[in-house]
Design a protein around this ligand. Sequence first.
Ligand SMILES: [Mg+2]
Length: 237
Amino acid sequence: MVSPRINPRVAAEASVQARNPLHAKPRNQCILISVRGKCVQHIKGIIFDLDGTLVSSSLDFNAIRRDIGCPPQQDILDYLAALPANEREQAQALVFQHELDDAHSSDWMPNAQSFIHQCALAKIPMAIVTRNSAQPTHIKVTRNGIPISHVVTREQSKPKPDPSALLAIAQQFDLPSDAIMMVGDYKYDLQAGRNAGMATCLINYQQLPDYVHLADYRFEHFGLLSDAMFNASTARF
Ligand SMILES: [Mg+2]
């Protein structure tokens, strides 16, 4: 009886698989599973935060709070909403000036532009929901040539973590909430996604924040998210 010939490359791969279970998974099988048990590749639509997510932001929230008298732990938009009308107008003008200054220096976050390009090629509908106001948002979108026309600013909807804007977008996408992913760098993004029944993705972090438990997926930058969505067989961990 003749022994079957063994391809040396196959034998080497089998040896690697025996030593490392991650390599034992078949190629192209999705191996990036969220805490809710769903593969990131089930996502059919994406909603992005803007500042610190798609583009850089140098907004100094401590300086803004100091300028308008907002206590350190209070949400700035909640503080503005609770001010008497005449004081609110002045405070809003100060916040707006900070936002305008920031808008003129914003640039793409690492790998964000190519990720959006890949999503567009894959015909994944995209939107932006930001707590920023309309004019600075428009400047950032135009300055960086962000190819997303569906943009919701704080003038148009209740601010995150309220899910209103996200739910309206789900209707416009004609997708169920759980087929949409909210991608952002801060807890309000993740809370809004959770409140809308969407998948949530934390992006652009250097150290895991204390709100990481709100994220179904987490990637240190868009290059890793891109691998997970479009090239799972080479995804890194
Ligand atoms: Mg942000």
